[in-house]
Every structure is written in C-alpha cells, then in structure tokens.
Design a protein around this ligand. Structure first.
Ligand SMILES: *[C@@H]1O[C@H](CO)[C@@H](O)[C@H](O)[C@H]1NC(C)=O
Ligand SMILES: *[C@@H]1O[C@H](CO)[C@@H](O)[C@H](O)[C@H]1NC(C)=O
Ligand SMILES: *[C@@H]1O[C@H](CO)[C@@H](O)[C@H](O)[C@H]1NC(C)=O
Ligand SMILES: *[C@@H]1O[C@H](CO)[C@@H](O)[C@H](O)[C@H]1NC(C)=O
Length: 243
C-alpha cells in the first residue's frame, strides 16, 4: 500500500512543528547554518529528463525563500535506479519548516505521482561540520559545481560520539584541500547515521579528495567506528542556489 503524499507531508510537517525550538531566530543572520534536509527521490525510468528539468526550474523558487541558505540538487551516477537528491541548509527550525511549507516542496509533492517512483525520502539532519566556499552566482545554474560525492556512515552502537568527533576533527584537513569547494558532515538525529556530502568544480577535485589525507583518515577509523566500510556514491550536480 502506498501512503498518500499529502498524508506523508502532513506527518513530516507536524513532526517539525512540535519540535521547533523558540531559541532559533532567523532574523539573526549570524546564526550558524546548522540544520539541513537530505531528500532522496527516485525518478521513473521514463521521467528522468522531467525530474532534471523540474530541479533546474526550482532555482527561482528557492531564490524566493530567504531562510533557505544553500540548496543543491544532484543526480547519482552509476546507480541502478535513476536517483536524485536535494540537500538544503537552514539557520533555524523556522526556516526548515518554511521550506517544507514552501513552493518547491509543494511543487515536488504535486508532481510526485507523475514523476517519481515512490515518495520522496525526507531526512532532517544536523550539520556537525562544514566548509562552504561556493558563492552566490546567478549567472551559473550550478554555482560552478559539477560533481560530488555522498557517503552514508553508520556508527557502531556506542560509537556515535566518537564518529561525530572524527567528522569535526577532519575539518582542518578539508579546509586545506583547495579543490574541495563545499563539504558538509551531517548527523541524522536520534539514529546512528551520519553522512558526508561534498562538491567539486571538476573530476580532478573529486579524485584529489578521494586520494587525500582526509579520506585516508576517515577510512582508517572506519573499522573501529562504523558498522561497515562506507559506500561512496558519486553524483553530477544538477542545480544549485547559494545565498
Ligand atoms: C516529461 O517531459 C516530456 C517532454 O517534455 C513530456 O512530453 C511528458 O509529458 C513529461 N511527463 C510527465 C509525466 O510530466
Ligand atoms: C560510471 O559511469 C561512467 C560513465 O558510464 C564510467 O566512465 C565510470 O567508469 C563508471 N564508474 C564506476 C565506478 O563504475
Ligand atoms: C557553470 O560552471 C561550470 C563549472 O565551471 C561549467 O562547467 C558550466 O558550464 C557553467 N554553466 C553555465 C550555465 O555557465
Ligand atoms: C555522548 O555525548 C553526549 C553529549 O555530548 C553525552 O551526554 C553522552 O553521555 C555521550 N555518550 C557517550 C556514550 O559517551
């Protein structure tokens, strides 16, 4: 049985409404960008172009959302099903709820039955560390980013804190990687799950990152901290909006 998307969206929104902390004030533009949403969507085999088009045309709508700070749409490569992901960031729970109530989310849900193979998988994330160097650039639909990686990580029981500490600990190394443009370490609250999502201007940057010290350090700690050696998923960047 398929859960109607409107029911799903209502459930997601009511979850957020009940946890929205009053201490978060979006009008404070100095507040750290510490919250995110990671949404994976699977196109039907016949609608890959339509989904790509949908994501590209979402940029002007995202641009209208003052509380959506960074917004990235990507398409996984070498994947057996045509899978896309949207990752976006916020300074407050209020901003995240506004995005879920906004025009992009509503357009996605309105088109979901026609375009997608199943409901979008929406995961709220906490950004535990990040490096963001890409700049607002309305002249380029991907802000100069072309490829990237997402790396889901599952901590062993009892190793959640240590995994978070490693992710924070590699940030200085990431900052030294000139070709690693945007890098986020995410934690999915109340789970053992983390993820890294990272963006480059070129394949050269991606290769340098995968063969660099940060990747070596993370893989070296995988055996003690993680349930399995992580899968590295490559993607092409489809559309980006940076505020
Ligand atoms: C996908 O795009 C094609 C070409 O623009 C169009 O003919 C088709 O109706 C679209 N499909 C859906 C489900 O929107
Ligand atoms: C992914 O696909 C591309 C293009 O088809 C190919 O060049 C590349 O070797 C593939 N990579 C992997 C890891 O399979
Ligand atoms: C955006 O920048 C990327 C990387 O520099 C480039 O490959 C792409 O062609 C540019 N796109 C446009 C529309 O200018
Ligand atoms: C993990 O860290 C939290 C807060 O930083 C702390 O309250 C908790 O006791 C730690 N858990 C373990 C297993 O060390």
């Amino acid at each position: 049985m398929r859960i109607p998307l409107t029911v799903l969206l209502a459930a997601v929104l009511s979850t957020y409404a009940s946890v929205a902390p009053s201490a978060d004030v979006d009008t404070n533009s100095d507040a750290p960008v510490h919250l995110g949403l990671f949404v994976s969507i699977v196109a039907k085999s016949s609608t890959v172009e339509n989904v790509t088009q949908f994501l590209a045309t979402a940029i002007p709508l995202v641009e209208e959302e003052p509380q959506t700070i960074q917004w990235y749409a990507v398409q996984y490569t070498n994947f057996s099903t045509p899978t896309f992901a949207i990752f976006d960031t916020f300074r407050s729970e209020e901003g995240r709820v506004a995005h879920l109530n906004g025009q992009v989310a509503s357009a996605l849900f309105d088109n979901a039955n026609a375009l997608l193979d199943g409901a979008p998988d929406i995961k709220p994330a906490h950004i535990v560390a990040s490096k963001v160097t890409s700049q607002p650039d309305t002249g380029n639909a991907t802000a100069g980013l072309t490829v990237g990686l997402t790396i889901p990580l599952t901590a062993k029981p009892g190793q959640v804190n240590a995994t978070r500490e490693i992710l924070v600990g590699v940030l200085p190394g990431v900052e030294q990687e000139a070709l690693t443009l945007d890098w986020y370490a995410l934690e999915y609250p109340d789970t053992n799950s983390f993820a890294i999502i990272v963006f480059f201007a070129s394949e050269e940057g991606l290769d340098a990152h995968l063969t660099g010290q940060v990747a070596a350090d993370l893989f070296a700690s995988a055996a003690s901290l993680l349930t399995a050696v992580p899968d590295v998923v490559e993607f092409d960047v489809v559309a980006v909006d940076i505020k």
